[in-house]
Structure formats: C-alpha cells, structure tokens
Design a protein around this ligand. Structure first.
Ligand code: CDP
Ligand code: MG
Length: 640
C-alpha cells in the first residue's frame, strides 16, 4: 500500500513556546551505548539534571514544594531520588517516595535505580505496585510506587509519616490518582512542615500548579511552626540542547492506522539509515495485531529478519522489559510498538524514528448511561509533540504522523482533558459505604464474624507474598486455600489456617502468605469489631454458610454484578448495569473457572478491565437484595 508523505510546514521554534513545529529536545549528553565503557557515575553525570543537583537540593531544603520541569530522558525520575538519598533525606529511617501513574514505569525505574546504586532491588531501593510489594520496611529508603498505592497507604497513615520527601512524577499526565494525590498532599503539608514535595513532569502549566500549592502564610503562623520552609513553591526548569526532529504528515487520511503503521515501519526499514523505530498505537489488541502483521509480511525476506519487534504495554514480564531497554545488536533494528507509556514515562535509547497513530486509549465516563469505559480517542497536540520528541534523543530524527497536517492544525485539541473530568468519581470517593453496607447486612444474615474477616482482608492490598519468580509455587499455594465460591471465601480459609497455626510467620512463609499483611488484617479486623459492636451489630459466626456470606457481599456490592457472556470463549463478562466488558483477574481463584454470575470487589484497568477479588452469586439475590437497583426487566435474560 503506497502512502504519500508531506513534510510539516510549521516554522522551527524553541521548545515550550506552546506552539511547536520542529522541536528541539534535550540531548546534550550521550547515551550509555554511545561512548563505549564508562562507569555508572560518569553516565549519571552526563544527564542534564546532574548540573542542577545543587540547585535541586537547595530548593527542596528551603521550599515546601518544588516544581521541576524537564524533558523526558533528562534524568528526573532516576536521579532526583538518588540526589535526595545522598543528601541525607533518608537518614533516620525516613523514606523517599517517587510516584508514577503506571505500574510498568514503577518497575522499570526502580530496577534501574537499584542497578545504578549497586544494591539489590527490594532492599535499599524497592517498589510497590498493586499485587506486588518489593520493599522491606526495615531497609528500603528509596521507594517507587504508583500514585494509586500511595493513596491507599494514606488510608492507614493519613499523614504519610514515614516519608521525608514525596516526588509526584509525571504530573502532566493528570491521571485521576495523581490529581487526588496532589489535593490530599496539599492538606498533609499543613500538618507536616517537615514534609517536602517535588512535583515533576515533562511539560506542565507550572504556574497553575504553583498557585495550587501556594500556602496561606497566616494559617502557618497560627499553627506556630518554628522552622518555615518557604510557602511559595519553587519552579525549576531543566534545560538541554536538542536534536531536530523532522515531521512528516500523511497526504491523505487513512482508515486503518494499524496497517498504515506497519507499512511505515517497513518502508523506513527499506529506505532509511540505521536507527530504532518507536510506534505509538493504543493497547494490547492493536499492538499485537501490528506485531503479527510485520512478522507475516516479512517472513521470507532477509532484510526483514534484521527487525527485532518488541511490543510494549503494561503487564510485560521482567524479561520482556529487559529486552526493550537493552541495546540493539549490530546490524539489527529494534521496532518498539507501544502504548502511550513510551510518551513520557519511559525513555528508550536509540530511537531515531517515531510513528504516531494519533490515538491513545482513554477513560471516558458517560454520566447519563453511568458507563465508564476505555476507548480509543484522538490524542492532543501536546501529546503529539511529546511523541515526536522521542525521535530526537541521540541524533536528528524523523517523526511520521499518521494523519494530515490539516487535521493536526485544525482538529486536534491543544491539551488533553484531565482524567478526573472524564471518570466516574464514585469509586474513588466511596469505598467506605459499600463495605459498611456489607457489614450491616452480615448482622442480619448471621455471618458478621466472617464478613469482618473478609472486609479486613479486602482493605489490604494483598495477603499473598510476592512471588519473586516463583509464580508456580504461589499459584499452587493459592490452590490449597481455593474455594469454589471465589476469593472472598478463599480468604476465610487462609484466615482460619493462620489462626490454627497460632499466627505463625513460618506458616505464612510456607504458604506464600504475607505475614505483615496478615498482622495488619488482624488489626483492621479488631477495629471493625469495635465499630460493629458500637453500632449494635450482632457478632455471630455462620459456621461457613457461604450463602449467607455471599448474600452479605451482594448487599454491599450489588452494583458490581457481572454475567459471563453466553458465547464467550475468552472469559468475557458484561457488567449487568452498564454492559461494560470485564474479565476475571489472573490473581483470582476463579480465573479460567468463569462461573456464570459473579460480583467483583474492584476493577483494575490495564489493557483490559480486570475484576479483582471475585465471588460467585445467584442472580436471584440481586432483585431480592437490591430491588431498587435491579428491576426485573433489566435482568430479563436471567435464568429463572
Ligand atoms: O525521568 P526522565 O524522563 O527525566 O529521565 P529518566 O527516566 O530518569 O532517564 C534517565 C536516563 O536513564 C535515560 O538515559 C534513560 O534511558 C535511562 N534509563 C534506562 O536506561 N533504563 C531505565 N529503566 C530507566 C532509565
Ligand atoms: Mg521520568
């Protein structure tokens, strides 16, 4: 398929003037592969942020909030936490936190920083994402985590007392968790003058961010603090020289951006000098399709065998991640096909060509139908410029935009809409009412002891130990406790075993249970018991009447009911309420079991929407327990 390209016409302008065109990106330093062998320290010194080390440390010392803006790849994420550590911010058992919106980015930067510091990941440097905690509370001093995980930590420790500095990274993404985190951190700052915040990003309206974090002087004076960091946030911009990226547009719009991206990859490979290619598509489906197409089309071609095709999306294994970051062998050309994670969260060395589909997956909430979904939507001009910039890292590059210049100029929105304005906020704000309803109902159903255990476990990130490469053993351990009714009942089995072992840590270790998490469960459960007693809820055990237990769960979480699609071969469920597509998460005991009707505790969205912590139900309970919510006609396709 022939595609015709047209060079962009915008005049070259300097970065960050808000308009762009040909862009200049920081790349005054060389990459690790550029100069043969060099010590880690030398590599670190070549990064643009290195020149700002003293300035950054001074600003953090003297200001409650420091805003740092710097191009992707300038070293913000990997270097600043190390500067802070070296300057003593982690002394006395304190911890430096750095948040990321994406789990894969958390893992990648944490392992890079551990490597640079010459320590084992999970010790001095660690990370926590949902389902995986690679930290050791006694020794971890630099901790990378998703902003969602930090929000959760706040529920247990509202002032986040163990942290000395919290760096909220990638703030320009304006993910819903980042925005909520920023709002809450602002409140924490009032109570904790010793806490320092760093807000860092590739591009940001630094001024509006600064206005937001401006603190009232009067209020601080009222609280009678002795040492006052400056209330006015500091703003630092990390600069560097850059390489020119030439932009090409399609002459005519295309209908199939996957096919168009594949054709562009192949023609770059035929016609252009060496240099890796980065393709921006939207998610696992179109990325896998593109990989497949390139492989098929190049099967018998010697030149095509020089291509190393690598998909990049959330959920990749460590080995797959390593391939993406490792240098391209001589005579080969890497083609990384990515979601917008490579837009600013991860820096890939060696990229010279960028292909931009003009789309990404975004969460949209329709308040009329009450459906929240991830849909493929056009990106903004700001994102398009970031994507272009990824081509100018090691030398002048080229960016192929799979849309027309007219479209870019006239139709592409200037900025994205913050996720907070396109999401259903209910789930962020209201965790407490659903659990409460479940506990209240358990009093009536005579299973309050069991439900209290379940509620305590659900409040903990995960009771399973991190598998640390022993996924098979972990899965086997899980099977020992597995209940056909689902995760909630499985939790009861674990809890019972834990009590029978006399709360033994060896027992936990043997069964891949996280001992610390179980101790926390006991604590939370005790709190819940006290609250329940105060509310006059009768504490009673149902002796494993799982119907009562599952009915109580239904009473709280009826809005999360899902039905397996009748002809689904891949375990697709639809939410009863909104007909949203969801799947059972691999960590669930019901993964691959796929019972007809389930209720989930929470959703995690990666490439798909996954239901985490799932229990089977009888659909009849929905109309029985929540008639106000489920009218009979809505469930007309139910078996009766
Ligand atoms: O955060 P920012 O975009 O400013 O840069 P960074 O992520 O700290 O990256 C600084 C340098 O570390 C770049 O040269 C990256 O290529 C390199 N890096 C890496 O090689 N492997 C990683 N997993 C992360 C960063
Ligand atoms: Mg970064």
């Amino acid at each position: 398929m022939a595609q015709f390209w047209k060079p962009g016409t915008e005049k070259p302008r300097l970065l960050d003037d808000g308009e762009g065109g040909v862009l200049f990106f920081s790349s005054s330093y060389s990459s690790s592969s550029g100069f043969g062998f060099s010590s880690t320290e030398k590599q670190r010194q070549r990064l643009p942020v290195y020149k700002y080390r003293t300035a950054i440390l001074y600003l953090v010392e003297t200001h409650a909030t420091t805003i740092i803006v710097g191009e992707t790849g300038s070293g913000k994420t990997t270097q600043i936490p190390q500067f802070l550590k070296e300057a003593g911010w982690a002394d006395g058992g304190r911890v430096i936190a750095c948040t990321q919106p994406r789990r894969l980015a958390v893992q990648a930067v944490a392992s890079r920083v551990a490597e640079e510091m010459g320590v084992k990941l999970g010790e001095e440097v660690g990370y926590t994402i949902r389902f995986e905690d690679l930290t050791n509370p006694d020794v971890t001093r630099v901790k990378f985590l998703t902003d969602g995980v930090l929000l959760r930590e706040m529920m247990d420790d509202p002032l986040l007392t163990k942290y000395s500095v919290i760096m909220v990274d990638e703030a320009h993404e304006r993910s819903i968790s980042t925005d909520m985190l920023l709002g809450l951190l602002k409140k924490i700052q009032r109570r904790r003058p010793d806490l320092r915040l760093i807000i860092s990003s590739a591009t940001i309206e630094a001024k509006s961010m600064s206005t937001f974090f401006q603190m009232s002087k009067r209020r601080r004076a009222l609280e009678g603090e002795t040492f006052e960091p400056k209330v006015e946030p500091a703003i630092l911009s990390v600069e560097g020289r850059g390489f020119n990226v030439q932009i090409f547009y399609l002459e005519e719009p295309v209908s199939d951006y996957v096919q168009s991206a594949v054709s562009t990859v192949l023609s770059i490979h035929e016609q252009e000098p060496p240099g890796d290619i980065l393709v921006f598509l939207t998610g696992q489906d179109d990325i896998d399709a593109a990989v497949q197409l390139i492989v098929e089309e190049g099967q018998n071609d010697r030149k095509r065998s020089e291509l190393i095709i690598l998909p990049l999306y959330s959920g990749l294994s460590r080995a797959e991640q390593d391939l993406i970051f490792s240098p391209t062998p001589r005579g080969k050309r890497k083609v990384v096909i990515s979601t917008n994670i490579a837009e600013t969260s991860l820096t890939l060395e060696g990229i010279v060509y960028v292909i931009d589909s003009g789309f990404s997956k975004q969460r949209f909430y329709n308040p009329i139908t009450d459906i929240e979904s991830l849909i493929v939507a056009p990106i903004s001009k700001a994102s398009a410029r970031q994507r272009t910039g990824r081509a100018g890292r090691i030398r002048p590059g080229k960016c192929y935009r799979l849309y027309t210049e007219e479209y870019f100029i006239n139709e592409m929105p200037a900025e994205g809409i913050p996720e907070m304005q396109r999401s259903n906020l209910v789930t962020c704000v209201i965790q407490e009412p659903m659990i409460s309803k479940m506990i209240l109902a358990s009093g009536e159903l005579g299973c309050s002891e069991e439900i209290m255990t379940i509620a305590a476990i659900l409040s903990i990130q995960s009771i399973w130990a991190s598998s640390r490469g022993a996924q098979k053993e972990l899965d086997e351990a899980r099977l020992r406790f597995a209940a056909a009714e689902g995760d909630h009942v499985t939790f009861l089995n674990v809890y019972k075993g834990f009590l029978q072992s006399n709360k033994s840590s060896q027992w936990c270790h043997k069964n891949f249970i996280n001992y610390q998490a179980m101790k926390k469960v006991m604590e939370v459960r005790e709190q819940l018991r006290r609250i329940a007693q105060r509310l006059g809820i009768i504490l009673k055990s149902c002796e494993r009447d799982t119907t009562a237990i599952r009915k109580a769960v239904t009473a709280g979480f009826f809005a999360n009911a899902c039905q397996l699609e009748a002809y689904s071969h891949n375990g697709m469920y639809k939410t009863v309420r909104g007909s949203q597509e969801v799947y059972i998460h691999p960590s669930s005991v019901l993964f691959r079991v796929n019972p007809k009707w389930v209720i989930y505790h929470s959703l995690v969205s990666t490439d798909r929407q996954y239901m985490r912590n799932v229990v089977t139900i009888d659909p009849g309970w929905l109309t029985e327990i929540a008639p106000h919510f489920y009218q009979q006609r809505q469930l007309s396709h139910m078996p009766h």
